[in-house]
Design a protein around this ligand. Structure first.
Ligand SMILES: *[C@@H]1O[C@H](CO)[C@@H](O)[C@H](O)[C@H]1NC(C)=O
Ligand SMILES: *[C@@H]1O[C@H](CO)[C@@H](O)[C@H](O)[C@H]1NC(C)=O
Ligand SMILES: *[C@@H]1O[C@H](CO)[C@@H](O)[C@H](O)[C@H]1NC(C)=O
Ligand SMILES: *[C@@H]1O[C@H](CO)[C@@H](O)[C@H](O)[C@H]1NC(C)=O
Ligand SMILES: *[C@@H]1O[C@H](CO)[C@@H](O)[C@H](O)[C@H]1NC(C)=O
Ligand SMILES: *[C@@H]1O[C@H](CO)[C@@H](O)[C@H](O)[C@H]1NC(C)=O
Ligand SMILES: *[C@@H]1O[C@H](CO)[C@@H](O)[C@H](O)[C@H]1NC(C)=O
Length: 921
C-alpha cells in the first residue's frame, strides 16, 4: 500500500514539475534571434540568412524584415496555419520559388518591399487564397509570368511601385486573376504608354490607381474599364514629355473624385480643356502643383468643373493674387497656395484663403477689403513683422486666423475691435515680448489663442480682458516669470479649460503664495506647468493649485522642485492625470496622494526614487497607468503591485533592477498576468549582481527561485517517498536481510564499545550452536572441553544472565571469551549463521585481526551449499576448520586439535597448526 502511495506521490510531483516547465515554455518562448510576444514573432535585423527554426506554429505574424535572405522557396514556410502577416521587407531576396507560400492559407498581408526580385514566375503565390494585400514595391521586377497571381482571388491592394515594369501589358495576367483588386500602385516604373486595352477589355473594380513618376506619354482609356475609379494620380512624370490624352468617351472616368496632375505637361490649351472635360461630373479635389503651363488658364479651366471644391496649387511660383485669378472658382472653398512666392494680394471671394509659406511682409488696410465672406485665412510662415488696426477690419465672418511663423513684434491694435467671429487665433512662433492692456478685447468669440514660442515676459494685468469665450490658451515657450502671472492677469478667463505654461521661467521660493495665480479658473481641466527653466531649485507653494477645483490633468515635470508638500493636491480632488517626473523628489510620501481618489495616470519618471513603497499606502485604486522610468528601483514587490488593482500599463524602463530571487515574483508576474502590460518588458535590464549587469530582467531564471522553496519541498518529499518505497520494498522482499542489517549495525556498535573495555577474558570459548545440535554439544563437547581439558566455556542456555537484553548477553559472551566456537551444521547455517553471534564474532575476527573463530563442522557440507554464505566462504578461505570425525575415524585427534586451537594465541602459530589439522583431516 505504501509502495503504491509512494509511487503515486512521485508520479504526481514529476507531472507537476513537467507542467511548470510547459507553462514557462508557452509564455516566454524564446527562439534564437526572435522575440515572440502575443502570437507575433519579431525576428527583424538579425542578419539571418535562414528562417529561424522553432517559431511556434500558432503565430499570427512573423517579422523577418532587415535580414539577409536571398532565396525563398517551397517548404521554407510550413507549419504556420494561422499566419496572417508575413513581413520580408528589406532583405536581398532575388528568387521566390513556386509554391513558397502555399501552406500559408490564412495569410492576409505579404510584405516583400525592398528586395531584389526581378521576375515573378508562374504560381509563386500559389495557395494564397486569402491574401488581400501584397506589397512588392522597391524591387527590380521586369517581368511577371501570366499565371503568377493565379491564386490571389482575394487580393485588394497591390503595390508594384518603384520597379522596372516597362509595359502595362505585363499586368494583364494580374488583372485577370484578381477580381477583387481595388488599389493598384505602379508609381515609379518605366511605363510610357498606358492603354486600358492592354490591361483588359472588361470592367474592373479598381478605385485607386497611382501611375505617378512614370515617363508617361500616352494615357488611353477606351471603354468603361474603370467604372469605380475614384482616385487617379498621373503626376510627377519622370520625363518632361507632352502627355497624349486619349480618353475617348466623356463618361469613362466619370466617377473620379481626386485627380493629381502635378507637373504634367500637355501640348496645348485645348488638350487641357479636353482633359478636364473627362472629369466634368465628379471631380472634387484637383492637385495642380508645380505646373509649367499657364496657371491662370489652368485655374480658370479647372474651376469651371462645377464639382471642384478643393484646389491645390502648391509650388507654382505665384507672386500675386487677384480676384480675377479665381474669378471662376465660385464653388471652390479651399485653395492651397503653399510654397509660392506671393507678395501681393488682390481680391477674391472664397471662404478660405491659404497664403502660407510665402514672402508677405506687410498687410495693407485694403488687402482683404473685398473678402468679407472669408472664414479662414492662413498667413503662417510669411515675413510679417507687425499688424495694425485696419488689417482685418472687414473680416467679420473670419473664424480662423493663422499667423504663426512670422516675425510679428507688435499686435498694433489689430484685435481690439475687429474679428467678432474669430474662434481661433494662432500667433505662436513670432517675436512678441509683451501683451498689453486690452490687446484682445474685440475677440469675444475667441476660443483658442496660441501665443507659444514668443518671447513674452510681461502680461498686463488686463491683457486678457474681453476673452469671455476663451477655452484654450497656449503660453508655453516664452519668458514668463512668477511675476508675469502673479498680477492675477488670468482671473478673467473663467471659461478656460486648458492652459499651457510649460517651458517658461516660473519658479517660486516661498512655500505659500499671497495671490494664487489660478484662483478663478474653476473650469480649468488641464494645466501644463512643466519645464520651468529658472536657475536653482524651487519650491512648490502648497496653495499654487488653489481654485482649480475641476483640474483633471496636471503636468509639472522638470521643474527642479526638491519636494512636494504633503497638501499640494488638496485643492484638486478631480485630478486624474499627474506628471511630476524629472524633479529631485527622491521619495514621496503616501499622504501626497490622499486627496487624489480619481487618479488614473501617474508619471514619476526620473525623480531619483529608490522604491515604490509609498504606493502601498497611497490607496490609488483607480490608477491605470504608472510610468516610473529612470529611477533607482531595484525590486518590485508583490505588495506594490497588489496595491494597484486597476493597473493596466506599467513603465519601468531604465531602473536598476536586481536580478536575483527578490524579483522573481515580479518577473513571473510580468510574464503571467494579463491585466497589466509592462512596457518594453523585454528590455528591462539588470544592474545587480555585477555578473548580471546589462542582462535582461526577463531572462532571470525564475524557476530556480521558485524551486528554492519548491525544490526543497520536492526533494524532501521525494526523499521521504523514496525512503518509504525502499523500506516497503525491503520489508516485502527481504525483511530478514533488513533485520540482519540491523543486527550488523548493533554488532558494530557493541564491538566498537567493547573494544575499549578489553577486559580479561572470563571464558576460554563461547559456543555458538543450533538447538538441534544441543545434544551433541552437551553430550560430547562440554564434557570433553570442560571436564577433560579444563576450559571454561560459555553456553548461552547456561551462562547468559537473565533479564539482560539478548544482544548484550551475546556481546558480553563473545567479548568475554577468547574464542568463539561455531558448531556448524546445515541447520546452523540456515538459522544461526546470520545471527548476532556470528556477526559479533566475525567483527572481532576481522576488525581486531584476532583469531577468534573456530569452526567445527558436524557434517560434510559441499562447497556448493556454502555459496549463499558469503561470509562463511570468506572465513573458510582464510582459515581452516575442524570436522567432527565420522564414526570410523579417530575422535581423540579431533579433541587434540581443538585443544590446540583453543590454546593458541598467536596468529601465525595457529595458522600453521590449523593448516596441519586440516591437512590431516
Ligand atoms: C529554404 O529551404 C531550403 C531547403 O530546405 C534551405 O536550403 C534554405 O536555406 C531555406 N531558406 C531560408 C531562407 O531559410
Ligand atoms: C489556429 O487557430 C485555430 C482557431 O483559433 C486553433 O484551433 C488552432 O489550434 C490554431 N493552430 C495552431 C497551430 O495554433
Ligand atoms: C479565408 O478568409 C475567409 C473569409 O475571411 C475565412 O472564412 C476563412 O476561414 C479564411 N481561410 C483561412 C484558411 O484562413
Ligand atoms: C459612379 O458613382 C455613382 C455615385 O457615386 C454611382 O451611382 C455609379 O454607379 C458609379 N458608376 C459606376 C459605373 O459604378
Ligand atoms: C510639348 O508641346 C509644346 C507645345 O506644343 C512644345 O512646344 C514642346 O516642345 C513639347 N514638348 C515636348 C517634349 O515634346
Ligand atoms: C456651383 O455648384 C452648383 C451646384 O452645386 C452649380 O449649379 C454651379 O454651376 C456651380 N458653379 C460653378 C461656377 O461651377
Ligand atoms: C458673401 O456671401 C453672401 C451669401 O453667401 C453673398 O450674397 C455675397 O455676395 C458674398 N460676398 C462676396 C463679396 O462674395
Amino acid at each position: 500500500h505504501s509502495l503504491m502511495e509512494g509511487l503515486f506521490a512521485i508520479r504526481e510531483l514529476t507531472i507537476l514539475l513537467l507542467l511548470c516547465d510547459c507553462v514557462l515554455i508557452a509564455k516566454t518562448y524564446s527562439v534564437k534571434n526572435c522575440y515572440i510576444y502575443n502570437d507575433k514573432a519579431f525576428c527583424s535585423k538579425q542578419k539571418l540568412s535562414q528562417i529561424p527554426t522553432g517559431i511556434p506554429p500558432s503565430v499570427k505574424s512573423i517579422d523577418l524584415s532587415l535580414n539577409a535572405f536571398r532565396k525563398i522557396q517551397v517548404l521554407n514556410f510550413t507549419n504556420f496555419p494561422n499566419l496572417t502577416t508575413l513581413n520580408l521587407k528589406h532583405n536581398s531576396i532575388s528568387y521566390i520559388g513556386k509554391g513558397t507560400f502555399s501552406q500559408l492559407l490564412s495569410l492576409n498581408l505579404l510584405i516583400l518591399n525592398t528586395n531584389k526580385i526581378e521576375h515573378l514566375e508562374d504560381d509563386v503565390f500559389d495557395g494564397l487564397f486569402n491574401l488581400t494585400e501584397l506589397l512588392l514595391g522597391f524591387n527590380r521586377i521586369q517581368t511577371v509570368a501570366p499565371n503568377a497571381f493565379r491564386s490571389l482571388s482575394s487580393l485588394k491592394i497591390l503595390e508594384l511601385s518603384k520597379n522596372q515594369l516597362q509595359s502595362i501589358g505585363l499586368l494583364c495576367g494580374i488583372i485577370q486573376h484578381t477580381p477583387q483588386l481595388k488599389n493598384l500602385q505602379i508609381r515609379g516604373n518605366g511605363i510610357k504608354t498606358f492603354k486600358s486595352n492592354d490591361l483588359t477589355n472588361s470592367s474592373i473594380g479598381i478605385t485607386y490607381l497611382d501611375l505617378s513618376e512614370n515617363p508617361l506619354e500616352t494615357f488611353e482609356v477606351s471603354a468603361a474599364v474603370f467604372p469605380m475609379l475614384s482616385s487617379l494620380n498621373l503626376g510627377s512624370p519622370s520625363r518632361k514629355l507632352n502627355l497624349t490624352w486619349a480618353v475617348q468617351k466623356q463618361t469613362v472616368l466619370e466617377n473620379v473624385t481626386t485627380l493629381e496632375l502635378t507637373g504634367v505637361q500637355l501640348s496645348s490649351g485645348s488638350e487641357w480643356t479636353r482633359l478636364f472635360s473627362s472629369f466634368n461630373s465628379s471631380l472634387t479635389f484637383l492637385k495642380l502643383n508645380c505646373m509649367k503651363y499657364k496657371l491662370r488658364f489652368l485655374i480658370s479651366v479647372s474651376c469651371s468643373i462645377p464639382t471642384v471644391s478643393q484646389l491645390q496649387l502648391q509650388s507654382n511660383k505665384l507672386t500675386f493674387i487677384s480676384s480675377s485669378l479665381f474669378q471662376k472658382c465660385r464653388n471652390v472653398t479651399d485653395i492651397d497656395l503653399e510654397e509660392n512666392k506671393i507678395k501681393n494680394i488682390d481680391n477674391g471671394s472664397f471662404d478660405k484663403l491659404d497664403l502660407s509659406f510665402n514672402l508677405i511682409k506687410t498687410l495693407e488696410c485694403q488687402d482683404f477689403a473685398q473678402l468679407t465672406n472669408l472664414t479662414q485665412l492662413n498667413l503662417q510662415w510669411n515675413n510679417l513683422t507687425a499688424l495694425n488696426k485696419c488689417s482685418f477690419v472687414t473680416l467679420s465672418k473670419l473664424e480662423i486666423l493663422k499667423l504663426q511663423g512670422n516675425l510679428i513684434t507688435k499686435l498694433g491694435g489689430a484685435f481690439t475691435k475687429n474679428l467678432p467671429s474669430l474662434k481661433s487665433l494662432l500667433l505662436n512662433h513670432n517675436k512678441l515680448t509683451a501683451i498689453g492692456k486690452h490687446d484682445f478685447r474685440g475677440l469675444y468669440s475667441l476660443q483658442n489663442l496660441s501665443l507659444s514660442e514668443n518671447q513674452i515676459q510681461t502680461l498686463d494685468k488686463s491683457c486678457f480682458s474681453g476673452l469671455k469665450s476663451l477655452t484654450y490658451l497656449q503660453l508655453q515657450m516664452n519668458n514668463l516669470r512668477k511675476e508675469s502671472i502673479g498680477n492675477n492677469c488670468l482671473r478673467k478667463l473663467v471659461k478656460l479649460r486648458r492652459l499651457d505654461l510649460s517651458s517658461n521661467h516660473i519658479k517660486y521660493q516661498s512655500s505659500r503664495l499671497k495671490v494664487p495665480p489660478f484662483m478663478n479658473l474653476s473650469n480649468l481641466e488641464t494645466l501644463m506647468f512643466s519645464v520651468q527653466r529658472a536657475r536653482g531649485k524651487g519650491l512648490f507653494p502648497s496653495n499654487l493649485l488653489q481654485g482649480l477645483t475641476n483640474l483633471k490633468t496636471f503636468t509639472c515635470n522638470t521643474n527642479f522642485i526638491a519636494s512636494l508638500p504633503y497638501d499640494s493636491f488638496t485643492y484638486t480632488p478631480h485630478l486624474t492625470s499627474l506628471d511630476i517626473s524629472a524633479n529631485e523628489l527622491l521619495d514621496i510620501t503616501p499622504q501626497l496622494f490622499a486627496p487624489l481618489r480619481k487618479l488614473r495616470h501617474l508619471r514619476i519618471n526620473n525623480i531619483h526614487a529608490h522604491s515604490l513603497h509609498f504606493l502601498i499606502d497611497a490607496n490609488l485604486t483607480e490608477l491605470h497607468e504608472l510610468e516610473a522610468k529612470k529611477n533607482a528601483f531595484s525590486v518590485i514587490s508583490e505588495d506594490i503591485v497588489r496595491s494597484l488593482p486597476s493597473l493596466s500599463v506599467l513603465g519601468l524602463q531604465f531602473n536598476r533592477f536586481t536580478c536575483d530571487c527578490d524579483n522573481s515574483w515580479f518577473v513571473q508576474w510580468i510574464k503571467d498576468n494579463n491585466q497589466t502590460e509592462v512596457e518594453d518588458a523585454d528590455n528591462l535590464r539588470c544592474n545587480y549582481p555585477p555578473q548580471s549587469m546589462g542582462k535582461k530582467l526577463l531572462h532571470l531564471n525564475v524557476q530556480s527561485c521558485i524551486l528554492d522553496v519548491g525544490f526543497i519541498c520536492f526533494i524532501s518529499t521525494a526523499c521521504t517517498n523514496i525512503l518509504i518505497l525502499l523500506v516497503t520494498f525491503i520489508y516485502h522482499f527481504s525483511r530478514f536481510q533488513l533485520i540482519y542489517a540491523y543486527y550488523i549495525f548493533l554488532a558494530w556498535l557493541f564491538d566498537y564499545k567493547n573494544r575499549q573495555k578489553r577486559a580479561e577474558s572470563q571464558y576460554d570459548a563461547f559456543i555458538s550452536y543450533n538447538t538441534n545440535d544441543e545434544a551433541w554439544v552437551y553430550r560430547e563437547l562440554v564434557p570433553r572441553l570442560e571436564k577433560e581439558q579444563g576450559w571454561r566455556l560459555c553456553l548461552h542456555h547456561r551462562d547468559f544472565l537473565p533479564g539482560k537484553p539478548i544482544v548484550e548477553n551475546i556481546a558480553d559472551a563473545i567479548y568475554g571469551s577468547r574464542k568463539t566456537i561455531c558448531v556448524i551444521s546445515r541447520r546452523y547455517l540456515q538459522s544461526e549463521w546470520c545471527s548476532k553471534e556470528m556477526q559479533l564474532a566475525s567483527f572481532r575476527l576481522f576488525d581486531e585481526r584476532e583469531d577468534v573463530l573456530i569452526l567445527v563442522f558436524l557434517e560434510d557440507i559441499p562447497s556448493s551449499h556454502l555459496s549463499p554464505y558469503y561470509r562463511m566462504k570468506r572465513v573458510l578461505k582464510k582459515r581452516t576448520y575442524l570436522r567432527w570425525p565420522r564414526p570410523s575415524e579417530q575422535q581423540p585427534l579431533f579433541w587434540e586439535k581443538l585443544r590446540q586451537a583453543l590454546r593458541s594465541i598467536s596468529t601465525a602459530e595457529e595458522d600453521r597448526l590449523l593448516l596441519t589439522v586440516a591437512q590431516s583431516s
